[in-house]
Design a protein. Structure first.
Length: 91
């Protein structure tokens, strides 16, 4: 799984359509990863839980850039991260 902050910072110089496209692909990949694999051990369950949280986080960020508003359930840290990216993109 890619670090969300690193991913967003790498997308500062791309147009909005490309940003949304890349985030959509990341959400799809993270969702597939979250739904794959067995969950027999505690480690596997923890890994899956982490993947589900990562996919949800990416989905919130995608919704923010796609619709221009903060989706319900988005963390304050992610709001600040998205706002920071918007500011960098507008410079």
């Amino acid at each position: 799984m890619r670090d969300v902050e690193v991913l967003l910072n790498s997308l500062v110089d791309v147009d909005r359509g490309t940003l949304i496209s890349v985030l959509s692909m990341e959400v799809q990949t993270a969702t597939k990863l979250a739904m794959s694999g067995h969950q027999r051990t505690a480690w596997q369950r923890a890994k899956r839980r982490s993947a589900v949280e990562h996919a949800a986080r990416l989905a919130h960020i995608l919704a923010y850039f796609k619709y221009g508003e903060t989706p319900p359930g988005m963390s304050e840290d992610d709001r600040r991260l998205c706002s920071s990216l918007v500011e960098k993109r507008s410079l």
